[in-house]
Design a binder for this molecule. Structure first.
Ligand SMILES: CCCCCc1ccc(-c2ccc(S(=O)(=O)CCO)cc2)cc1/C=C\c1ccccn1
Length: 240
């Protein structure tokens, strides 16, 4: 296949992010604090600053019944659904369609007082990975988002402060076959979702404000997004 200009970076980042996402929280180094828990959802963060700016890495693990990893990644990746679940989104544009599994987005997020409004440019790549731990198990699906430059949209020109992020959504489907050999239904599947993100807020924002935003927004985002996928898929055939 013809490789596109971002392919080497995309391939390197996907491998790196997937390897990190598959590590248990104990193997990801020290300093992770559990800061939010709701049923099966556990959210951890590590307090980190770069040049005096809060860039706290976040790792969330959630297990959701009735949906598959392919479905979760499709609703996360596909721009046509984003306004439905991304509550802090003010505007989103697809700047480039590099291939059917690689897009470049420009997003502006709603201003969060007292910080100035933020925007972000990132490539987004969706990929199916072989399940090398359980050969005949369902495939693993992932979406990786990583900030990138856009000559047409230079950083910090308009009113928005440009943020920089790396995000990995890793989804592992589990099938619990019914005893009597009946066909697999949504009651027999669940999805283990790992969401990792590192966001550099760009220009200065008070650490207390950033940490409050993340503490409030990340649990809300993951619960709202997974509920959205459950609702969108409940009357549709399973997509593995
Ligand atoms: C002072 C406030 C600075 C932070 C503002 C901000 C920056 C980045 C982002 C953000 C979060 C997730 C992604 S994604 O996972 O790629 C999905 C596609 O949209 C992209 C962008 C959001 C928000 C603003 C709020 C906020 C913070 C967490 C979680 C949710 N909302």
């Amino acid at each position: 296949a013809i490789q596109h200009r971002l392919w080497p970076e995309v391939d390197r980042l996907v491998k790196q992010q997937v390897a990190m996402a598959r590590m248990g929280i104990g193997e990801c180094g020290t300093g992770w604090q559990l800061f939010a828990e709701d049923g099966e959802m556990k959210m951890y963060r590590r307090e980190e600053e770069v040049d005096g700016m809060v860039v706290d890495p976040l790792k969330a693990v959630h297990v959701v019944k009735g949906i598959t990893g392919h479905e979760v990644c499709d609703y996360f990746f596909n721009p046509k659904y984003r306004y439905d679940w991304e509550t802090t989104l003010e505007h989103m544009t697809v700047l480039e369609t590099i291939s059917d599994d690689t897009l470049v987005f420009l997003q502006t997020h709603k201003r969060i007082w007292p910080a100035s409004q933020r925007d972000v440019v990132f490539w987004s790549h969706m990929r199916k990975l072989p399940n090398d731990q359980d050969r005949d198990g369902p495939d693993i699906w992932t979406v990786v988002n990583n900030s990138t430059e856009s000559p047409e949209h230079p950083a910090n020109v308009g009113k928005c402060v440009r943020i920089y992020l790396t995000v990995c959504l890793l989804c592992q489907t589990r099938v619990h076959p019914p005893k009597d050999g009946a066909p697999i239904t949504r009651n027999n599947v669940s999805c283990k979702i790992t969401y990792c993100s590192v966001v550099n807020p760009g220009g200065w924002a008070p650490a207390s404000v950033l940490r409050a935003v993340y503490k409030r927004e990340y649990p809300k985002f993951l619960k709202r997004f997974t509920s959205y996928v459950i609702n969108q898929t409940k009357n549709k055939p399973l997509m593995f």
